[in-house]
Design a binder for this molecule. Structure first.
Ligand SMILES: C[S@@+](CC[C@H](N)C(=O)[O-])C[C@H]1O[C@@H](n2cnc3c(N)ncnc32)[C@H](O)[C@@H]1O
Length: 300
């Protein structure tokens, strides 16, 4: 079984693996701000609203929403990665309160149930490439883009912004802001971060990604489109105290190393030294990590 899972991860290494998305979940949960909940509580006090989560992965955003008691009547979860979509049910099951259950209905539909049979939410899972989305069905009040905006190109973001009107709100959460701070710092941190941010702005599955510049791009477009915008920091702050944290930092470190190794212009000796020194710090329980994100709410 372990062998099957590992080889799946290797197969998925060009996309996002279920193991990475699952590992992120507790750090994402702590990082997420309250701006969406505050906004919904004010704007839709009866909570009679629907959500579409674009690039939902294994459903980490919906898990967080459920744990915040944000129960959307209908949730449409869209991603193009079938491995991640297949993991949604068990991810939700493993990470919500035991008083709630998730029941499979037909045609990729699930019900979130409380008590004996009270349906709190209907979840629909759809495999689809974001590039092919031209509009959202009527009645979806919240459009969620979680941990994905930095992967998007200008044209995809423009398309999504053009779908925001008086009846819905765009919530871009965990938008990477280009900041990575290590403690203790290393002489080559700046060098590595520059390559990392350059790598984030290369061709990805939705065109040339904006990387951390997506935040400014969204801000400027929102101004031009007369949209209101609310922002709040949502960083990962990870200390060295627990083994789980150290494993997560190690995985992050490895992924950075792997993604930069084949980049044009990178000095592989510097990269190797940086990686080895960081790994030593992790082994000595001397490391902590901050990865900057912003949550951004956009509406008309
Ligand atoms: C960093 S993950 C975030 C997942 C999830 N939103 C979360 O918060 O955990 C980025 C997600 O974007 C999805 N994705 C990337 N390109 C896509 C595309 N062209 N169409 C649909 N989904 C895409 C990936 O499969 C992955 O699930």
């Amino acid at each position: 079984m372990i062998l099957v899972k590992n080889s799946l991860d290797i197969l998925m290494s060009k996309g996002f693996s279920t193991s990475w998305i699952r590992m992120r979940l507790p750090y994402d949960n702590i990082a997420r701000s309250t701006i969406l909940k505050n906004y919904i509580t004010r704007k839709y006090p009866s909570f009679d609203i629907n959500l579409v989560d674009v690039g939902c992965g294994s459903g980490n955003f919906i898990v967080w929403s459920i744990n915040q008691s944000l129960f959307f009547k209908e949730c449409l979860l869209i991603d193009n990665n079938q491995y991640l979509l297949d993991d949604i049910k068990s991810n939700i099951k493993a990470n919500i309160k035991k008083t709630l259950t998730i029941k499979t209905k037909r045609n990729n539909k699930y019900h979130l149930i409380t008590g004996k049979d009270k349906v709190l939410s209907e979840l629909k899972i759809k495999r689809m490439d974001i590039k092919k989305i031209n509009n959202f069905p009527d009645g979806f009040n919240i459009i969620s883009l979680s941990a994905i905006v930095d992967l998007m190109s200008k044209s995809i973001l423009n398309k999504i912004l053009s779908m925001v009107d008086e009846n819905n709100t765009l919530f871009c959460s965990l938008c990477f802001d280009g900041t990575v701070k290590w403690k203790p710092s290393h002489t080559h941190d700046k060098y590595i971060l520059k390559f990392f941010n350059d790598n984030q702005m290369t061709q990805k599955s939705m065109g040339v990604a904006l990387g951390f510049t997506a935040i400014d791009y969204l801000k400027n477009r929102a101004k031009k489109l007369n949209m209101k915008i609310k922002m709040c920091k949502s960083p990962w702050l990870i200390d060295n105290k627990s083994l789980v944290n150290r494993k997560f930092i190690l995985r992050y470190l490895l992924d950075v190393k792997k993604s930069l190794f084949c980049m044009e212009g990178i000095d592989k000796d510097i990269l190797r030294k940086w990686y080895i020194d960081k790994k030593k710090c992790i082994d000595k329980k001397e490391i902590s990590l901050l990865v900057g994100h912003q949550d951004i709410l956009l509406y008309k």
